[in-house]
Design a protein around this ligand. Sequence first.
Ligand code: NAD
Ligand code: WQD
Length: 331
Amino acid sequence: MKILITGGTGYIGSHTAIELINQGHDVTIVDNLINSKKTVLEQITKLTGTKPKFYHVDLTNRTATNQIFQENHFDLVIHFAGLKAVAESVEKPLLYYRNNITGTINLLEAMQANQVNNFIFSSSATVYGNPGTPKYTENLPTGQNISSPYGKTKYMIEEIMKDAAASNPNFCAIALRYFNPIGNHPSGLLGENPNGIPNNLMPIITKVYRGQISKLSVYGHDYPTPDGTCRRDYIHVVDLAKGHLAAISVLKPGFEAYNLGTGQPASVLEIIHAFEKISDQPLPHKFAPRRPGDLPEFWADPTKAIKELNWHAKLTIDDAIRDTLTFINQS
Ligand code: NAD
Ligand code: WQD
């Protein structure tokens, strides 16, 4: 298949590009490089033997986005491009709505104008808001009590996808709702390397390990969880990337959503202890107040993906930490 990956030099997009190229797909990447580097293309080339075609384009530029579709005949678009920092989205909601929503509308319009009808979107567990149960199944209501503008953009884009599918009998749309991706390619050539200060747990842990941050703040240790710290469903990014491949095979007219998670939650302290064991070093940390907006715990019910996509997460948190250490020690 000829596939356009938006945000393909980013963390999850680049790992997915590798899996797709290795399965023989013809991959083109578009990215504005706001949160990634062009050198990622060289790493993808090293790991696959193929250099993907690249467009340095911002999806909020409607004309430039449309131009990409006029120059190529894609079978499928996998849409990763977006801003994703939860706290920043609270400070700059309009930036998030413009970038994520306008960018997606430009993309969908360009697809429609050029008869491209297959669409897979990077959604998030955040669309469930605060549903009152920690185990998320796809049939829970979405859009209620979402705490950040970032999360709302994910929900709104899913709604846009549903309406687009309802208006076009040929439009095949899948939302993949990711849980907490960690780890990187086992070669260590490619990893999570955000521009600026990281927000997520594992990139912060790696900064502490490297001595770039003195201590990890554990946000809250009085939650109603087994050890008092929050629990999340951490999924290896390579498993997540493979979930996209599996989703391609079930594309059909209409809208479908799938949770991509392991189904097993782990606490912040469990992650710290696993990191200490595998790195064979203490990871300096301290308890800090709860972070506003954090839920005590949630994890995926991955049953639908297991049954319909014939996919399940195979790698462990220890694998992810080992691969993260390989990446850190090489960069
Ligand atoms: P990332 O920031 O590494 O990758 C996103 C890429 O999109 C970056 O390379 C960035 O430069 C690019 N981009 C942003 N806005 C753009 C625009 N307007 N035009 C063109 N390119 C643009 O993030 P990631 O972790 O790889 O996430 C990929 C997708 O998955 C995002 O949509 C994110 O919201 C979603 N997601 C991520 C997580 C996570 O924890 N990493 C969890 C759930 C969902
Ligand atoms: C994980 C746990 C923190 C940093 C976010 C988005 C979600 C999705 C994934 C995109 C929490 C704790 C963290 C630190 C800590 N992204 N923590 N100290 O909040 O579960 O999910 O990223 O869609 O939408 O909300 O991930 O990695 O920020 O935090 O104690 O310095 O680590 O409190 O319990 P989160 P995270």
